[in-house]
Every structure is written in structure tokens, then in C-alpha cells.
Design a protein around this ligand. Structure first.
Ligand code: ATP
Ligand code: MG
Length: 456
């Protein structure tokens, strides 16, 4: 239900205050935002009752009681900020539904000022992100989706400074290749990029792996001693991969070297000064790890002076066909580089939910390339899991049965699938004999089905 009219005194007051303020309902429909709220969440309200799924629903607001407060980490053009959101139920308007006033204020704890980089104005228009030229180092990152482009453009801007960059995003969204692109675009490109898998270092070896050891430091140590990752990355970049999975021990060692810029080798006494640029990546939600006390907040603020979020593939479905072309073109088998996916094969790819993101798509393309015998890839050359509905995730795209003919009746679903496959095979085969062969059914059954579905 839509609130008929917000009282003007309320609007005028919210309009005049400098703190970000908004009015939403329990479904996160937004009825009013003032200028600072617009700026903070980069949303523009044009019309009443507009739903801003992304920016707001991602927040974990407590839309129930009369008043609640929740700290949130909000990425404002690459800068992570801790914001306290106060949510008030507007009791007076209860008759027309539950409406909430949200007031935001900046918590004192922010990313350090000195580490901030000048970033874009939140109103910087999308066209700029779309058209800003990216250097060749970013060419391995394929995609035109605006959120994805923004991530690349911001990464390119951040690459030029020494600022710490945290790359977040689900598994397989390209965090590692983006980290490499940032390093290669930076002034440090001629120096090494040292990839440290934080999840894989056993606690007993952390210090010697990160900082190296002096000769004779412990039994079994090599006589000449050993250099650690920080030594090797001197003047270059360290990629703290899977940093969200680092043990608390590893986190405290990392924090120490990041704060002091120096470290001691195991068995050594000398403080060694080190000049490294830190890029970290994780597919975990660090803010909830902080709440669970498994990730140190102080380390988080060291790492995330600049945060770049890579969206999952299901939120940029328009890039799927670009990526398919890219993976086909980069295929070793030159003859197969000209393969094309049929429209129904593409439909299956664009409706699948891609839990493994681009890595999974790459695997599917390579599977299809190996399976397909013709110049057109049809659904029969796609792996079976694309046709299986995963009931755990609430993805939209389902299977070969597209939304409009989706049914829970098994016999109907099988019929739909059969009909689609036959249609597809007829379209992509040079003649009926080939189609029959591909479908693996008898000629008689084929003609019965063709008649039944009206394809004759
Ligand atoms: N936008 C993209 N364009 C082309 N290839 C991509 C893109 N994103 C990812 N890939 C490819 O997908 C695979 C996975 O990418 P990457 O290793 O960078 O993912 P990740 O985010 O680091 O995953 P994880 O969290 O599992 O470590 C790689 O083979 C990479 O080349
Ligand atoms: Mg990775």
C-alpha cells in the first residue's frame, strides 16, 4: 500500500538536515530521500514508491520494532565507511502500513584519511564509466555491465597510487585477474607480485613463510636462511588471497607488518624495512566475520582503504554472450574458434544461476567445445547440471524450461523439454536423418513426436 502523502513539515525538516535521511516501507520501497542520502547510497528517487533492491536491501536493517540501530559498512565510490543507521517506525502512519524513517550518521571509525584516494563524484555519470579507456592490462577482464565496468575503472584509478585495495566478490568473479591487472598497471609492475594464499598457511609456519628466517633459526632450517614473502615482494605488490580465511594468528602477524612497515626474520633481531603495496581479496563477507569476531576490525581498516566489488555473473547476465565469445575465441583448437551457440543453448546459459560465476561459465564453454560435433552448439552439447534445478538457491533462471512454460508437473516439464530439444535439433541439423541421429531415437518415434508437436 502506498502512503498517500507524506506530511510537508516532515519532508521539509528532512530536506533541511544535513544527515542522510530516508523513508521506506518494510519491503524497502523508498518514498523519500534527502540529498545526503542520495549521495551516500548513490540512488536517485524519481517517483514515489520506487524499489531500490540493490543499495538498500543489501543492508541488514531491522524493520520491526520502534527503533533500532545497526552499524553498516558502506562503500562510497571505493571508500569503505562505517555508518550507523537508526531506523524509526513512523507509528503515526500505521493505518496505511509500516513506514520507517532511516537516519544515517558517520561513525568516528573510518578508513584513515591519509590512505584515501580522491575518487569520483557519486554523480559521475554512467557514460563516463562506460567510455573511460582501460589499459591493455585489463583486457582479460571481459564485460560491459555497468557495475562491472565501474569496478574496472575504479581499479585502474586506484592502481596508480600505493593505496591498499580490497577486492571482494563471489568465487570465480575474477578477483585474482583483477589484482594482477592492478599490479601490472601500477608503477610497481616491473617488480614482483607475490601471491600469498592466506587460507593455506599453517599457523606453525606463518612467521617463516611471511618473513623468512635466519640461518640456524630452528632445527631443519636451511643453513643459508630463507627469504619470506615480504622480502620477495619488496618494492612490488603482495596479494593476500583469501584473506577472509586467514587464521587469527596470521591476521595478527599481517597487522603488525602493515602497521610498522617492518618485520623481523625468525631467529633474527634486525628490523627489516619493507616497501610493499597490499592488494587483498576475499569471497567472504568480512563485515559479518568481524561481527563473529573471526576477522580483526583493525586489519580490515588497514586493508580496505579502497574496496572494489566484483558483481556475480547472475547480476550481469548481459555479459554472458560476450564471455562465451571470448572463451570460444581463446580456444586452442583454431577450427573450433568459429563455433556458435544456438539461441536455445544461449537461453539456457543466460537463465542459469552460475554459482561458480565466470570460472564455471569458462568450464561450460570448454565442455561444449569438446562435445559439439557441428558448427552450432546446441543444448545437447551442454553439461547436465545446467538442466537441474538447484532448490537451495533462489535463482530465477531455471533450466531448458523457460519461465513462461515452467511447470512443476513432471510429465509436462519432460514434454516441454522434449519439444524444445526436438525443435532445436531440427533447426540446427542439415537434414532430418542427422536430427534423428543426434536425438538418439528411432525414425518412427521421431516422426510421431514431430507430428505430435506440430513440427511437420
Ligand atoms: N570478466 C572476466 N573475463 C574473462 N575471464 C574471467 C573474468 N572473470 C573471471 N574470469 C576467468 O575465470 C576464472 C576465475 O577467475 P579468478 O581466479 O580471478 O576468480 P576469483 O574471483 O579469484 O575466484 P576465487 O574466489 O575462487 O579465488 C579465471 O580463469 C579467469 O580467467
Ligand atoms: Mg582467487
Amino acid at each position: 500500500m502506498i502512503m498517500k502523502k507524506l506530511p510537508s513539515f516532515l519532508i521539509n525538516t528532512l530536506h533541511d538536515i544535513s544527515d542522510p535521511a530516508a523513508i521506506i516501507d518494510e519491503k524497502y520501497y523508498v518514498y523519500y530521500v534527502n540529498k545526503s542520502f542520495e549521495e551516500l547510497f548513490k540512488i536517485k528517487i524519481n517517483g514515489k514508491g520506487k524499489k531500490y533492491g540493490d543499495a538498500l536491501t543489501r543492508l541488514n536493517l531491522h524493520l520491526k520494532g520502534n527503533k533500532s540501530e545497526s552499524p553498516q559498512y558502506i562503500n562510497l565510490s571505493g571508500q569503505q565507511q562505517k555508518i550507523i543507521l537508526s531506523v524509526y517506525l513512523l507509528d503515526r502512519y500505521k493505518k496505511s502500513g509500516n513506514y520507517f524513517l532511516i537516519l544515517a550518521r558517520n561513525s568516528e571509525k573510518k578508513a584513515e584519511k591519509s590512505q584515501r584516494v580522491k575518487t569520483s563524484n557519486p554523480y559521475e555519470d554512467e557514460e563516463k564509466f562506460r567510455t573511460e579507456k582501460l589499459s591493455d592490462e585489463f583486457s582479460e577482464l571481459v564485460g560491459e555491465n555497468i557495475e562491472f565496468r565501474k569496478a574496472l575503472v575504479i581499479a585502474q584509478r586506484a592502481a596508480k597510487s600505493n593505496i591498499s585495495v580490497l577486492i571482494t566478490g563471489e568465487s570465480g568473479t575474477g578477483k585474482e585477474i583483477l589484482a594482477r591487472a592492478i599490479h601490472s598497471t601500477s608503477k610497481r609492475s616491473s617488480k614482483p607480485l607475490i601471491d600469498v594464499n592466506c587460507a593455506a598457511i599453517p599457523d606453525t609456519l606463518i612467521e617463516s613463510e611471511l618473513f623468512g628466517y635466519e640461518k640456524g633459526a630452528f632445527t631443519g632450517a636451511r643453513t643459508e636462511g630463507s627469504r619470506g614473502y615480504f622480502d620477495e615482494a619488496h618494492e612490488g605488490t603482495i596479494l593476500l588471497d583469501e584473506v577472509g580465511d586467514a587464521s587469527l594468528q596470521t591476521q595478527s602477524k599481517l597487522l603488525r607488518v602493515l602497521e610498522s612497515g617492518t618485520f623481523k626474520r625468525v631467529g633474527g633481531t634486525k628490523n627489516i624495512k619493507v616497501d610493499v603495496r597490499i592488494i587483498s581479496s576475499t569471497n567472504r563477507d568480512l563485515t559479518s566475520l568481524i561481527e563473529q569476531k573471526t576477522f580483526r576490525e583493525d586489519l580490515f581498516f588497514r586493508l580496505n582503504a579502497f574496496t572494489i566489488y566484483l558483481p556475480p555473473l547472475r547480476e550481469r547476465r548481459e555479459d554472458i554472450s560476450l564471455l562465451v565469445d571470448y572463451f570460444l575465441k581463446s580456444n586452442d583448437d583454431i577450427e573450433k574458434q568459429n563455433l556458435k551457440f544456438s539461441s536455445s543453448a544461449m537461453e539456457i546459459l543466460t537463465s542459469y544461476h552460475w554459482p561458480g560465476n565466470v570460472r564455471e561459465l569458462k568450464g561450460v564453454v570448454s565442455y561444449a567445445v569438446n562435445m559439439s560435433k557441428d558448427s552450432i552448439v546446441s543444448p545437447s552439447s551442454l553439461p547436465n547440471f545446467l538442466f537441474t534445478q538447484d532448490t537451495k538457491s533462489n535463482h530465477r533462471g531455471l533450466s531448458i524450461t523457460s519461465l513462461k512454460d515452467k511447470t512443476y508437473n513432471l510429465a509436462d516439464a519432460v514434454k516441454n523439454l522434449e519439444k524444445k530439444l526436438i525443435k532445436e535439433t531440427l533447426e540446427t541439423s542439415p537434414n532430418r536423418t542427422m536430427a534423428i541421429k543426434k536425438l538418439g531415437i528411432s525414425r518412427r518415434t521421431f516422426y510421431i513426436k514431430v507430428k505430435q508437436y506440430g513440427f511437420d
